[in-house]
Write a protein that binds this ligand. Structure first.
Ligand SMILES: [Cu+2]
Length: 175
């Protein structure tokens, strides 16, 4: 791969004789044939109320990740990113991608939710051993995918009678 493919340079302004460059770690990804940093926005609630749901996806077009805190979630204001439609439960990526998941824990009103539930869990071998998604708050994790294949993820906390169905997949292609 030519070096410019790894470090895309965009001339932002040449006013006044000065030339300014903005360096991307990767070029902005429009069809994603090169590794990118993907953001996935998800919700987690008991299976009877929807289970894991992907709300949206985005390519991050800057080096720094959005600021994040568990109460307000990711802050995308001023962050260079490109949204793309993502839904269902399948996280898509290609080998070399950095993937950041933002998952909000939804406190279900469905009586199937076990009493006094505090959180859902998140595990996806080999990338996430044991995450905790508190109800009413955000959980985030970032990892780099380094092999093609299908990687199941699942909730690790017994949250309803159909807890075992609270699952999804990450499908990684070789690019
Ligand atoms: Cu759960």
């Amino acid at each position: 791969m030519p070096i410019v493919g790894l470090l895309g340079l965009v001339v932002i302004a040449a006013a006044g004789g000065g030339i300014y460059y903005y360096g991307y770690l990767h070029p902005p990804c429009t069809n994603c044939s090169v590794p990118s940093h993907r953001l996935y926005f998800m919700t987690a609630t008991i299976f009877e109320a929807g289970g894991f749901q992907i709300v949206n996806g985005a390519y991050l077009n800057q080096t720094d990740a959005p600021s994040f805190n568990p109460t307000s979630g990711p802050n995308l204001s001023g962050v260079k990113h490109q949204n793309y439609t993502a839904s269902g439960t399948t996280i898509n990526a290609i080998v070399g991608d950095t993937v950041t998941l933002y998952i909000f824990g939804v406190n279900s009103t469905d009586p199937a939710q076990v009493p006094r539930l505090q959180a859902h869990g998140f595990s996806m071998t080999p990338y996430v051993a044991s995450g905790v998604i508190p109800l009413g708050k955000w959980y985030s994790v970032t990892f780099i995918v380094n092999q093609a294949g299908t990687f199941p993820y699942f909730c690790t906390i017994t949250c309803s009678a159909k807890h075992y169905l609270m699952v999804g997949n990450m499908v990684v292609s070789s690019g």
